[in-house]
Design a protein around this ligand. Structure first.
Ligand code: NAD
Length: 437
């Protein structure tokens, strides 16, 4: 089997590398010539644990190629995956489908022999149908089937998510297309991965329903955390107490500064718009979006309160700016709202992130970027943890205390235990937990 992966970003590169590990010959295509050049030199343009080895092995084995030449890659492929970005459209929150439709047109011009055109990007219901129309209009003679195969991998654990998924969703109209998809995912049959076959439209909706449900679950525990703070309860115990109920489940019940990243913010917004236009508004998700937006500002206020009600003229040490650990992705990271709000309130910021600083520098001006976690702390009035990178989980607390001007620590990811921090002499603030008297 041969496939072409159109778009070599977080999803395209990981999916392409994983399919080639499955034994498929994969050509990853991107418009960004710089990205393709780097990949052909053996450099990985994104930070994703394990991806370098996987790419190196498959490239060496002659099953993984990188090119800007979409036409050649598509012409020889049995299946072509569209894995381009679908960001929020400026102004109205709908998914911007211009990259998907642009790719569909280019693919159409290059199709040769029977080809399955698979949309892997997250796209609103009806996009597959439009992709089909574009291809049909561009190339009335083309022999193709369309498929929806949304991706559920998470940045930071993308390879294992792709190789051992909870399920694979495939929306297809013909048995021929289903058979091609079955062949591509054959190694997952061996580990008994459930494969959910649906219509194209249902498959498109499953992805949005999954993401918005998860965003709602995070938002729920964030609100419970706020209530815990008022009532003197512990949100971790509440999460455990409810999560052990199989109907609720343990995962995604960790409170924090609000969801961010390249998917949840744009996907919640896009589904809200789709539902409003369909005349079946999703009021629960509208509320989730609103709560999450306000939460980021509330986190800045929480930090300011922990610093005695004002940060004017103070220096804050910031650990972590990416939306979660093990990625360099800064898209819609909560830090993009929290840090400017602190600067507006008069704080000077010194920050460190293990992988995100290169991107963050462009998006967060006026910050002094440091080489190490400890370098941020010298003479700072408070330390703030925004992203729970492993290296921030076991800081040398004595050293931290000796470096800070005052032992104020705001931990927006609940990395530390309140009691332990109180014993260590810190004025410690976290989310939804209080130190017991
Ligand atoms: P990305 O921005 O990292 O990558 C998209 C790539 O597509 C870019 O490199 C861009 O240059 C390229 N591109 C755009 N148009 C092209 C064209 N016509 N031909 C060739 N290349 C083209 O995006 P991503 O994070 O990989 O997301 C891709 C899709 O997958 C989105 O719809 C997203 O919602 C979805 N998704 C993302 C994740 C995630 O964790 N990032 C997880 C699941 C699903």
């Amino acid at each position: 089997m041969r496939i072409a992966m159109i778009g070599t970003g977080y999803v395209g590169l990981v999916s392409g590398a994983c399919f080639s590990e499955f034994g498929v010959t994969v050509t990853c295509v991107d418009k960004d010539a710089g990205k393709i050049e780097r990949l052909n030199r053996g450099e990985i343009p994104i930070y994703e644990p394990g991806l370098d080895k996987l790419v190196e092995n498959s490239a060496k084995a002659g099953r993984l190629f990188f090119t800007t030449d979409l036409k050649a890659a598509v012409a020889e492929a049995d299946a072509v995956f569209i894995a381009v970005g679908t960001p929020s459209r400026r102004g109205d929150g709908h998914a911007d489908l211009s990259y998907v439709y642009g790719a569909a047109k280019e693919i159409a011009e290059a199709l040769s022999g029977h080809t399955v055109v698979v949309t892997k990007s997250t796209v609103p219901v009806g996009t597959g149908r439009e992709v089909e129309r574009i291809i049909r209009e561009t190339r009335p003679d083309a022999d193709f089937d369309i498929v929806s195969n949304p991706e559920f991998l998470r940045e930071g654990s993308a390879i294992s998510d792709f190789m051992r998924p909870d399920r694979v969703v495939i929306g297809a109209r013909t048995e021929k297309a289903r058979e091609v998809m079955r062949n591509l995912y054959r190694p997952l049959y061996l580990i008994e991965t459930p494969i959910v076959f649906t219509s194209v439209e249902t498959s498109e909706l499953i992805k949005y329903a999954a993401n918005t449900f998860l965003a709602a679950k995070i938002t729920f525990i964030n609100e419970i955390a706020d209530l815990c703070e008022k009532l003197g309860a512990d949100v971790h115990d509440v999460a455990k107490g409810i999560g052990l109920d199989g109907r609720i489940g343990k995962k995604f019940l960790h409170p924090g500064p609000g969801y961010g990243g390249s998917c949840f913010p744009k996907d919640t917004l896009a589904l809200v718009r789709t539902a409003q236009e369909a005349g079946a508004p999703l009021r629960i998700i509208e509320t989730v979006v609103d709560i999450n937006d306000k939460r980021k500002r509330a986190m800045a206020d929480k930090i300011i309160a922990a610093c005695g009600g004002s940060v004017k003229g103070k220096t804050l040490a910031i650990l972590g700016v990416t939306f979660k650990p093990n990625t360099d992705d800064m898209r819609d990271s909560p830090s993009l709202d929290i840090l400017p709000a602190l600067q507006e309130a008069g704080a000077a910021l010194r920050a460190f992130d293990p992988a995100g600083m290169h991107e963050a520098e462009k998006m967060l001006p006026g910050i002094l970027w440091c080489e190490t976690a400890y370098e941020t702390m010298g003479g700072a009035d408070a330390l703030v943890i925004i992203t729970e990178w492993n290296e921030f989980r076991a800081l040398d607390l004595k050293r931290v205390k000796s470096l800070l001007k005052s032992p104020v620590l705001v931990d927006l990811r609940n990395v530390y235990e309140p009691d332990m921090m109180a014993t260590a002499g810190f004025d410690y603030t976290c989310v939804g937990r209080v130190s017991l008297p």
